[in-house]
Design a protein. Structure first.
Length: 182
């Protein structure tokens, strides 16, 4: 079994939920990223300007793990500061990287301005094309079909035991089985 650690940043809980699910499935270590400044608007501004905000030091020694699973959200199409600064700082200590995001845009919107595909491209540019796997488990997977146009509802919805069922659970279990447990 590969030695694995899950590292996550979560503002409102969905990516924390996902990170904990992965860590429970693999029985592996988990650690939150703690940004030096945790103010959304500042984090987005700094990212736009290409400036680092920086995070507190990660307590685990990442080089000791075969793979690092990074979980975190997308804001305004950005590969957000806490995640960006984490990769920039530790990329040389990460043997294999998985980036998993619970974001607001659906698979259908993945190539749009705010979609997850741009973020996947950006993270690959920083980390490199080898030994990386990116995956999205978007919030719309837990929204009923007839409410998928309700952007307020999508922004307010968080992953919980109550809604982590059906397609999202199936995709999560397939991902864990095919990518992480093989
Ligand atoms: C300010 C803000 C901007 C957002 N912009 C995007 C976006 O551009 N693309 C997207 O897919 N989701 C976007 N979202 C939705 C979040 O990615 C989504 O709610 C995510 O699940 C939140 O994760 P968390 O609960 O772990 O913080 C945005 C959310 C916020 C608060």
């Amino acid at each position: 079994m590969e030695r694995t650690i899950v590292v996550y940043y979560s503002r409102t809980g969905s990516n924390k939920y996902l990170a904990e699910k992965i860590s429970q499935s693999l029985t592996c270590d988990i650690e939150p990223i703690r940004p030096r400044v945790n103010i959304v608007i500042l984090m987005m501004l700094f990212r736009k300007l290409g400036l680092p905000i920086g995070n507190r030091r990660i307590k685990h020694k990442l080089i000791d793990y075969d793979r690092v699973i990074l979980c975190g959200p997308i804001w305004m199409g950005q590969f957000i500061c806490p995640l960006h600064d984490f990769i920039n700082r530790y990329k040389n200590q990460i043997n294999k990287l998985y980036f998993i995001t619970c974001c607001g845009t659906s698979y259908r919107e993945k190539d749009d301005k705010f979609g997850h595909e741009h973020v996947f491209t950006e993270i690959t540019k920083i980390y490199g094309e080898d030994n990386i796997h990116c995956e999205a488990l978007p919030i719309p997977l837990v929204i009923p079909e007839d409410k998928l146009k309700d952007s307020d509802l999508i922004m307010k919805t968080r992953l919980t035991d109550g809604n982590f069922t059906g397609e999202i659970q199936e995709r999560f279990e397939n991902f864990v089985k095919s990518e992480l447990l093989n």
